[in-house]
Design a protein around this ligand. Structure first.
Ligand code: NAP
Length: 478
């Protein structure tokens, strides 16, 4: 495997299949060192007219040829997979995750392109008889604005790019300024594979995101990020009645019932909370375990946290990297200090790791309860509060006592009983004896309450990039 020298690479925005020249750049920091290692292009809000015009021109032909779209998306999957050695190290350098995880993220992008290249856009004939015909079509919307966060820049961009393009839209993608580079590189890989203007990727600091929402050309905004920003996006999109999909924050509960086998549960639960260093919208963010099993579970999780290898994502054997950015690093420190000040017991971790970069030790907290900030807020980092409950009704009430409703899980030796409890939880997905087991290409993913509006993935996600149209008339039967 020959890996790219990321800091020697120059990155450009892609508009209309070509480099888009910019007057300025902004710094990109490697979270494993805390140092600037690359520059990303600062596309200005004023330049958006050129980018959206290109996407609009490309839409005219792209929307017409379904066969071409299928073939091209399949070719795109092959191109992305072939570029894994180029893309994965860029992702490690800007995001911090271990190289193996970064490679998996690139391969998942290929899998999503393949899946959507094969998915049918349904066309329903409601009536076709001697008197009338009536058909319901799903038409593309036009140009889509896609805005993504820094935790999974490629996965989350591809959850938008693949279905949007499959349905016949064209797209302008803006990744987070913390992780702009891999998405820029992805667009470069796909130049010549996708027709010019179909996929455009631009980067720039605030207020570029807001300008992507307010611009008159896009007809849909597909946003993944925080609830606070998602609300602003919804308000801005409403001005122009743009369609929106909002994939927002979560505070996912895991409920461990009295009959669960602690040894079986602990490792899977640990990685469901600490994968990507806890920076996953659907990570387990608070555990409620029956009081009979909670003490053993806390100790087992503490042991796993102590053993987890935290290192630079390029280091052999690294299981967890750093936090992605300084504000998130400060936030995690603050949440742990607040919990400790209010009486939490630190079972493992609870401190910054003494090295450059944003490294924090995986932290398990005991003696915590509702009302602690680390329980009530989305921590989005390597800290897990583990609470106890006495009866199941209390656990369900606690799970639902949140403004969020993204995903949840119930763990038990009795899967039927767990499934019955699952239906009491108000969230977009509930998994039994795993967490996030329903996050699949073919299943709808989206949040209830403050966790979002609409869904991604599967035929439901594809449909969200279309609008219904009825065509009806006199009989076509001769
Ligand atoms: P964020 O601060 O909301 O930023 C997300 C994106 O929105 C960035 O590209 C950001 O760019 C842009 N943005 C900021 N203000 C904007 C505005 N007024 N209009 C349009 N775009 C704007 O979120 P983050 O900190 O990057 O990501 C972490 C959050 O994402 C967590 O809450 C996590 O739960 C959530 N998330 C949700 C899902 C899901 O599928 N439900 C998946 C992953 C992450 P600038 O930084 O330039 O402003």
């Amino acid at each position: 495997m020959t890996l790219l020298d990321v800091s020697a690479t120059q990155f450009f925005a892609t508009s209309d299949g070509k480099d888009l020249a910019t007057d300025a750049t902004f710094d990109v920091i490697n979270p494993s060192t805390g140092q600037v290692f690359a520059q990303a292009p600062s596309v200005t809000p004023e330049q958006l007219d050129v980018v959206f015009a290109a996407a609009n021109r490309a839409y005219r032909d792209w929307k017409r040829d379904e066969g071409l779209r299928r073939t091209v998306l399949l070719a795109a999957a092959v191109a992305v997979e072939a570029a894994v050695d180029e893309l994965a190290p860029i992702l490690v350098a800007e995001q911090g995750k271990p190289l193996g995880d970064a490679r998996n993220e690139i391969f998942a992008a290929g899998a999503w392109l393949r899946y959507f290249s094969e998915l049918e856009v349904p066309r329903e004939i409601i009536r076709d008889d001697a008197e009338r015909f009536e058909e319901v079509y799903r038409r593309p919307l036009g140009v889509v604005s896609a805005i993504t966060p820094w935790n999974f820049p490629i996965t989350l961009a591809m959850w938008k790019i693949a279905p949007a393009l499959r349905a016949g839209n064209t797209i302008v993608v803006k990744p987070s300024p913390y992780t702009p580079l891999t998405t820029l590189a992805l667009a470069r890989v796909l130049r010549g594979v996708l027709p010019d203007g179909v996929l455009n990727v631009i980067t720039g600091p605030d207020p570029l995101g807001a300008a992507l929402v307010s611009h008159p050309i896009p007809r849909k905004v597909s946003f993944t990020g925080s609830t606070a920003v998602g609300k602003r996006v919804a308000v801005a999109a409403a001005e122009d009645l743009k369609r929106v999909t909002l994939e927002l924050g979560g505070n996912d509960p895991a409920i461990i019932l009295k009959d669960a086998n602690v040894e079986d549960v602990a490792a899977r639960l640990f990685w469901s909370a600490f994968g990507n260093n806890g920076q996953i919208c659907l990570a387990v963010k608070r555990v409620s375990a029956h009081e009979d099993v909670q003490p053993a579970l806390v100790e087992a999780l503490g042991e796993l946290a102590r053993k987890a290898r935290v290192d630079d994502g390029m280091a052999d054997g690294a299981q967890l990297g750093p936090l992605n950015n300084q504000p998130q690093f400060e936030r995690i420190k603050g949440l742990v200090s607040d919990a400790v000040a209010n009486g939490a017991r630190v079972v493992s971790g609870g401190h910054v790791i003494d090295r450059p970069g944003y490294f924090y030790s995986p932290t398990i907290l005991d003696n915590v309860n509702d009302g602690f900030r680390v329980v009530n807020e989305e921590q989005f980092g390597p800290v897990l509060p583990v609470m106890a409950f006495r009866d199941e009704a209390e656990a369900i009430e606690r799970a639902n006592n949140s403004e969020y409703g993204l995903t949840a899980s119930v763990w038990s030796a009795d899967a039927d009983h767990a499934a019955a409890l699952a239906s009491e939880i108000d969230s977009g997905q509930v998994s039994i004896n795993s967490h996030g087991g329903g996050v699949q290409k073919h299943l709808p993913f989206g949040g209830h309450k403050w966790s979002g509006i609409g869904v991604e993935n599967g035929p439901w996600g594809l449909a969200s990039f279309t609008e219904l149209q009825v065509i009806s008339g006199p009989s076509r039967l001769k």
